[in-house]
Design a protein around this ligand. Structure first.
Ligand code: IMP
Length: 425
């Protein structure tokens, strides 16, 4: 029963899509288990760039069945647009399966996301404003609506009317105008959306288990990352789901015994979008601009410039604990080419005390000062590098430093944006 989980060890955008795409060659199923279209996975395959939000990256490999698990929140307009976009570029979505228990995002979730961020002012989370948080709120409040409800118009209308009533009272109290009505939502969801999505709605849990029983390879694609996890991340600057590997039970119905590998994806430096503490963040200047420009550090969906900083070892190490990571994939090593001295955060000063452990108390993390070691950089461009022996000695030292500090072996090193730019260790 070989299931592999792929999980980001930082604040997202580590380049998980590329690793999934690589592993998809040996996989039969690619399963998403949480999040929604707040995710953005960029993959460059055969010179073509794909930016995926909801559909598992494995869709680009024809023999893989892409599965959207029950743990997701789905905006049907985004999903349909993504399917149509892929089909138009020759990528078939025929094999796609969508869990009947995945939740729906409605226009009022998006409006609430926008409204709440506005109200937070300077303390805003910096959400993707795609309705993710409000949709998960409804799920926890047990008034959420699921894919299967699209197939039951009577139930759909009754629950939608009740939900909309409550949301409209909030919009009214806040003088927030909205551009939708019960009728318009009913027409779109039970009309176009139901028509397009019904053929894909299914029992994904038993499909995945039957596949595992047949010895098929299952890849579980975590979206966002460990430090955006709403329990283990830098709360409240987190997403509203649990990206950690253990969440595959809740979000895809797979128990821990089925998992044989957990791959932690580490970007060779650190980035973050949105608000929240970031001890190893670089001040604006040449090195920050280098990382942003060379690394293309702009949101796949939101196009926001990402905050950038040095590699933070205690974060990656704590992520290996939280996720039972068995091997690491380091991405974007090539982006560091040309930086003379590379800093790596190895511990923090917290209220006068040095700690090598990630400060779990957020009031400590908020004031943590990074303690760095300095390693030599390199000049060689890495995009043609395919073998360990071709890596500059300084790059090998950088990787070995990370490996030794974290105590988990590195199996993959990304040396450029394309599918082929990878060194297998
Ligand atoms: P939300 O998921 O849209 O509610 O946003 C909550 C926080 O998670 C914000 O700081 C977002 O920028 C961040 N976030 C959500 N999805 C991603 C992602 O895929 N990559 C990086 N950050 C993300």
């Amino acid at each position: 029963m070989p299931a592999t989980v792929i999980i980001g060890t930082q604040w997202g955008d580590e380049g998980k899509g590329k690793i999934v795409d690589l592993l998809a060659e040996q996989a039969d199923l690619a399963v998403r288990y949480q999040g929604g279209h707040n995710a953005g996975h960029t993959i460059i395959a055969d010179g073509e760039q794909f930016a995926l939000k909801l559909i598992p990256s494995g869709v680009l490999t024809p023999k893989v069945t892409p599965v959207i698990g029950n743990g997701l929140v789905i905006d049907p307009s985004v999903l349909i647009a993504e399917m149509e976009h892929l089909e138009a570029r020759g990528v078939s979505c025929q094999r796609l399966l969508i869990s009947s228990a995945a939740h729906l995002i409605f226009p009022y979730h998006v409006e609430l996301d926008i409204l709440r961020e506005k109200e937070r002012g300077g303390a805003k989370i910096g959400t993707t404003q795609s309705g993710i948080g409000p949709a998960y709120e409804d799920k926890a409040a047990r008034v959420g609506m699921r894919m299967e409800d699209l197939l039951d118009p009577q139930r759909f209308e009754a629950q939608l009317a009740a939900n909309l009533n409550e949301k409209m009272a909030i919009f009214k109290a806040k003088f927030h105008s909205v551009a939708f009505t019960l009728e318009s939502i009913l027409n779109t969801y039970l009309g176009e959306y139901r028509l397009k999505l019904e053929p894909y709605i299914s029992d994904t849990v038993n499909f995945v288990h039957d596949s595992l029983d047949l010895g098929k390879e299952v890849l579980l694609e975590g979206a966002q990352a460990t430090y955006l996890d709403m329990d283990h991340g830098t709360y409240p600057f987190v997403t509203s789901s649990n990206p950690v590997a253990g969440s595959i039970g809740a979000g895809a119905g797979i128990g821990p015994k089925s998992v044989t590998k957990v791959i932690g994806v580490v970007k060779a430096y650190t980035t973050r979008v949105g608000g929240g503490p970031f001890p190893a963040e670089l001040p604006s200047g040449d090195i920050a601009d280098h990382l942003v420009d060379v690394g293309g550090e702009y949101g796949t969906n939101t196009k926001r410039r990402r905050r950038v900083g040095w590699l933070d070892v205690p974060m990656v190490k704590h992520a290996t604990r939280l996720n039972s990571i068995s091997e690491l994939a380091v991405t974007k090593l090539d982006v560091l080419t040309g930086i003379e001295k590379l800093k790596v955060c190895v511990s923090y000063q917290v209220n006068g005390k040095t700690s090598t452990a990630f400060p779990v108390m957020q009031r400590d993390f908020a004031v943590a000062e990074p303690v760095y070691v300095e390693l030599s950089g390199w000049e060689k461009q890495l995009s043609r590098v395919r073998k360990r022996q071709e890596l500059p000695a300084e790059a090998v030292t950088y990787l070995e430093f990370l490996e030794d500090s974290v105590g988990v072996p590195i199996h993959y090193v990304g040396t450029g944006p394309s599918r082929e730019d990878i060194v297998l260790l």
